[in-house]
Design a protein around this ligand. Structure first.
Ligand code: HEM
Length: 412
C-alpha cells in the first residue's frame, strides 16, 4: 500500500516534478485522488485519477489531443523545435479527419492478424538476443537485461515491420531515446535541444531510406508510407511522413522495453510467478495484463476541450486542459479490489487504461503484448537461475516511466 500523504494539488504536482517524487509516484497519486476523481487544478485545469472519468475522457470526441493549434496557444516557440514539429505532424498529435487519415495509412500493419503473423519473427529475435546475453555473460559478469534484451527486442521488431536495416538498430535506439524526452512533461530545455539534434539526424536517415524504397519497393510499411507520400493525390505530406516514421519508431520502443523490464523485475521478486511463466504456456497473457495495470509504462496523457462537454456530471467548458493520470486510474479502488496488490488472477474486466482508449488507443498494443508474452517466458526458461545482481534503477522521468538498468546474473 503506498504511504497515504496529505498534500494540496499544487504540492503533489510539485513533488511529481522532483526526482524523489518520480521514483515512486503512487503515494502522490493517492494524495491527488483525495481531492476527487476529477479535481480542479486551478482555473481551466482538471486532473483525472478515477477510472471511469479517465476512460470517458479518453473516448470523448470533444476532448482533443494537443495539436498544432493547442501548441500555438500553450508554447508558441514549438515551431523552432524540429522534434516537436515532427511529433505534431503525427497521428498522436492530430485530431479529427487528419488523425483518421494518418492512422489509417499505418494501421493495416498492426491489426491483430498481421501482428499474430509476426510471432515467429519475435521468437527468433528474442532467441538471438538471449544467445548474445549468454556470450556476454560467459565470464560470469552480470548482464544488464534492459540494455541487452528489453530495449533491443522492441527496436528490432519495429525495425522489421518498418523495413529498417538491422545493422542500424543500435544507432536508432539511441536516437529514438533522445527524441522521446521531447514528450515528457518535465523535460528540461537542454534535453529538448538534444531531441531536436536527434530528430534532424533521424530525418536525414529516413530520407535515405525513403529514396531507397522509391527505387526498390519492398513488402514493408516504409514502402507503403512512401507511396502514400508520392501518390496522386498526395495522402501524406513530407512532414507527416517524417512524423509518422518517427512516432512509430519512438512510441513503441521505450514503452515496450519498460513493459518487459517490469515483467522481469516482478518475476524475479516473486519466484512462483517466474516458475509459472516458465512452465505454463498461457500464464504469460494474464501476467502481462497485470503488469500493464500495476506498472504501466505510460503514466499520464493530456487533453483539451475543443468544445463544451461534461464528465460524469462535471461541466468541462471549452478550453479546459485535462491531465489524465492513467496509472492512477489503473489503481482506482472503486474499480479494482486491493488495487496496490499485484495479482495476475484478477481477470480482464475492467481492462487497464495503459494503452489509452478511444480514437488514440495505442496502435501498437497487439504488438507490445505479443513481444512481452513471448519475451518473458523465453528469458526465464533460458536462464532458470536468473537473479538480480543489483537493484533495478528507474529512469528519472514521469510520463513514460520504467527501468533504466537492471543488472542480472544469468546463472546458466
Ligand atoms: C507497452 C507498450 C506500449 C504502451 C504502454 C503504449 C501506450 C500508448 C498510449 C497510452 C497511447 C495513447 C496516448 C494518448 O491517448 O494520449 C499510445 C498511442 C500510440 N502508440 Fe503505443 N504504447 C506501447 C507500444 C506501442 C508500440 C509497440 C507501438 C508501435 C507501433 C505504438 C504506437 C503507438 C501509436 C502510433 C500511438 C498513437 C495512436 C493514435 O494517436 O491514434 N505503441 N500508446
Amino acid at each position: 500500500m503506498p504511504e497515504p500523504v496529505a498534500l494540496s494539488l499544487t504540492e503533489a504536482f510539485a513533488a511529481l516534478g522532483t526526482r524523489r517524487g518520480r521514483q515512486d509516484p503512487y503515494p502522490l497519486y493517492e494524495a491527488i485522488r483525495a481531492h476527487g476523481d476529477l479535481a480542479r487544478r486551478g482555473p481551466g485545469r482538471l486532473v483525472v485519477t478515477g477510472y471511469d472519468a479517465c476512460a470517458r475522457a479518453l473516448r470523448d470526441p470533444r476532448l482533443h489531443v494537443q495539436d498544432r493549434t493547442a501548441y500555438d496557444a500553450a508554447y508558441p516557440a514549438w515551431r523552432s523545435h524540429s522534434s516537436l514539429r515532427a511529433f505534431t505532424s503525427s497521428m498522436l498529435y492530430s485530431n479529427g479527419p487528419d488523425h483518421s487519415r494518418l492512422r489509417s495509412l499505418a494501421g493495416f500493419a498492426f491489426t491483430p492478424p498481421r501482428v499474430r503473423d509476426l510471432a515467429q519473427v519475435v521468437e527468433d529475435m528474442a532467441d538471438r538476443l538471449l544467445d548474445r546475453m549468454t556470450r556476454l555473460a560467459a565470464a560470469g559478469e552480470p548482464v544488464d537485461v534492459i540494455a541487452e534484451f528489453a530495449s533491443r527486442l522492441p527496436v528490432a521488431v519495429i525495425g522489421a515491420v518498418l523495413g529498417f536495416p538491422e545493422e542500424d538498430q543500435v544507432w536508432f535506439r539511441e536516437t529514438a531515446s533522445a527524441i522521446a524526452v521531447a514528450t515528457d512533461g518535465f523535460s528540461d530545455p537542454s534535453a529538448l535541444h538534444r531531441a531536436d539534434a536527434a530528430m534532424d539526424d533521424l530525418a536525414r536517415y529516413f530520407g535515405v531510406l525513403v529514396d531507397d524504397r522509391r527505387r526498390r519497393p519492398a513488402d514493408d510499411l516504409l514502402t507503403t508510407l512512401t507511396a502514400a507520400h508520392d501518390g496522386e493525390p498526395r495522402r501524406l505530406s513530407h512532414e507527416e511522413l517524417m512524423g509518422t516514421l518517427m512516432v512509430l519508431l519512438t512510441a513503441g520502443f521505450e514503452t515496450t522495453s519498460f513493459l518487459i523490464g517490469h515483467g522481469v523485475m516482478i518475476a524475479l521478486d516473486h519466484a512462483p510467478y517466474a516458475r509459472r511463466l516458465r512452465e505454463e504456456p498461457d500464464f504469460a497473457d494474464a501476467y502481462v495484463e497485470e503488469i500493464l495495470r500495476y506498472e504501466p509504462p505510460v503514466h499520464v496523457t493530456s487533453r483539451f476541450a475543443a468544445d463544451d462537454t461534461e464528465l460524469l456530471g462535471t461541466a468541462v467548458p471549452r478550453g479546459t486542459r485535462l491531465t489524465l493520470i492513467m496509472a492512477a486510474a489503473n489503481r482506482d479502488p472503486l474499480r479494482f479490489t486491493a488495487p496496490d496488490r499485484f495479482d495476475p488472477a484478477r481477470g480482464g474486466s475492467p481492462g487497464p487504461l495503459s494503452f489509452g482508449a478511444g480514437p488514440h488507443y495505442c496502435l501498437g498494443a497487439p504488438l507490445a503484448r505479443l513481444e512481452a508474452r513471448i519475451a518473458l517466458p523465453r528469458l526465464l526458461r533460458r536462464f532458470p537461475r536468473l537473479a538480480a545482481s543489483a537493484p533495478p534503477v528507474y529512469r528519472d522521468r514521469w510520463v513514460v516511466r520504467g527501468l533504466d538498468t537492471y543488472p542480472l546474473v544469468l546463472g546458466a
